[in-house]
Design a protein around this ligand. Structure first.
Ligand code: AMP
Ligand code: ZN
Length: 302
């Protein structure tokens, strides 16, 4: 375990991650990616037997759907939008002049109809609503996507773009709360196989501003979010590596998803922070995966 050394410096020095000059935007080495692949497979070994529908959304999503999702109400500080140049030759000349002159040239761009996905499950709900009422057994999805959150940090476990694997359950309140309980148990079992220290605790999302504090308190009081935390950058403030979220009828109401009995559907998701789990493994088992404990290697790579 890396205690006396600076974990981030060591990751870069050994080129497990490669600095690109922007905090939270490193390149990943082959060794790092092999851990991500191993963990991805481990997740599937726990969740694949439930036969989820696998979907892979691109890391950008429909802006109109993003706007409707209410993300800007809750997390305006984290959102990333995509802008592009859509002008004429004259506009192009202005853009280049500004660029050459070291001025801000980005005012020559306009917002496009796509934004960066803030979580793997955001693009899913409207596509489920389009299918009509849920079958009796509800629906279950397996997602993975690169996600963007504008939270630059020196903490290697706080990235601006990172991969989130998710299982998402859509159905009756009972189906959905059973799912979350199952994953709270599985999450513990899964992380035990990786032999890293962890704790599970009630949590809240980083809702913005004064109104956000109330939302965060409410989320905690109702125990809607749990996190599985592993000490990575600091032992006092362990890092959330897995999240277990119960959205109640929020997305069901928003997108008009109905159950087979024509009630508003409830939703829950379990999210795995792929890079964070990989970093937790490097932190606790060292910088060379070949020297990791045999049971951990077996859990990841068979
Ligand atoms: P959340 O939607 O905030 O519960 O995020 C789901 C999972 O994504 C978390 O449990 C983390 O493991 C991971 N995650 C969230 N934010 C970041 C970040 N900035 N960098 C890396 N992983 C993150
Ligand atoms: Zn989700």
């Amino acid at each position: 375990m890396c205690t006396e050394c600076d974990f981030r410096t060591e990751l870069f020095k050994r080129r497990i991650l490669v600095d690109t000059g922007i905090d939270g935007l490193p390149a990943r080495s082959g060794m790092f990616e092999s851990v991500i692949t191993g963990f991805d497979n481990l997740i599937t070994s726990f969740g694949g037997g439930d036969h989820p529908e696998v979907m892979r959304f691109p890391p950008a999503m429909n802006r109109a759907r993003f706007e409707k999702s209410g993300y800007m109400k809750s997390f305006p500080q984290l959102a990333g939008t995509i802008h592009a140049f859509n002008g004429t030759d004259k506009g192009h000349a202005t853009l280049l002049d500004k660029l050459m002159g070291g001025e801000d040239w980005t005012d020559q761009q306009e917002a496009t109809d796509v934004v960066l996905a803030p979580a793997a499950c955001y693009p899913l709900y409207p596509t489920v609503a389009e299918l009509g009422p849920l079958p009796d057994e509800g629906r279950l999805y397996d997602l993975q996507s690169y996600c963007f959150r504008r939270e630059p940090s020196k903490d290697p476990a706080r990235m601006q773009m990172f991969r989130m694997r998710e299982y998402v359950r859509i159905g009756t309140p009972d189906q959905v709360t059973d799912f979350r309980q199952t994953w709270l148990d599985r999450g513990r079992e899964l992380m035990s196989k990786l032999a890293v220290p962890f704790d599970v605790d009630v949590a809240n999302d980083p809702f913005f501003g004064r109104a956000g504090r109330m939302l965060a308190n409410n989320q905690r009081d109702q125990r809607l979010k749990f996190e599985l935390l592993v000490p990575i950058e600091s032992t006092e403030k362990p890092t959330a590596c897995l999240s277990f979220n119960y959205h109640q009828d929020h997305f069901g109401t928003l997108w008009g998803i109905r159950t087979a009995k024509d009630e508003v559907a409830h939703t829950a998701c379990v999210g795995f922070g792929m890079e964070r789990v990989a970093l937790a493994l490097f932190k606790h088992h060292g910088f060379d995966t070949r020297e990791w404990p045999a049971p951990v290697r077996k859990a990841l790579w068979g």
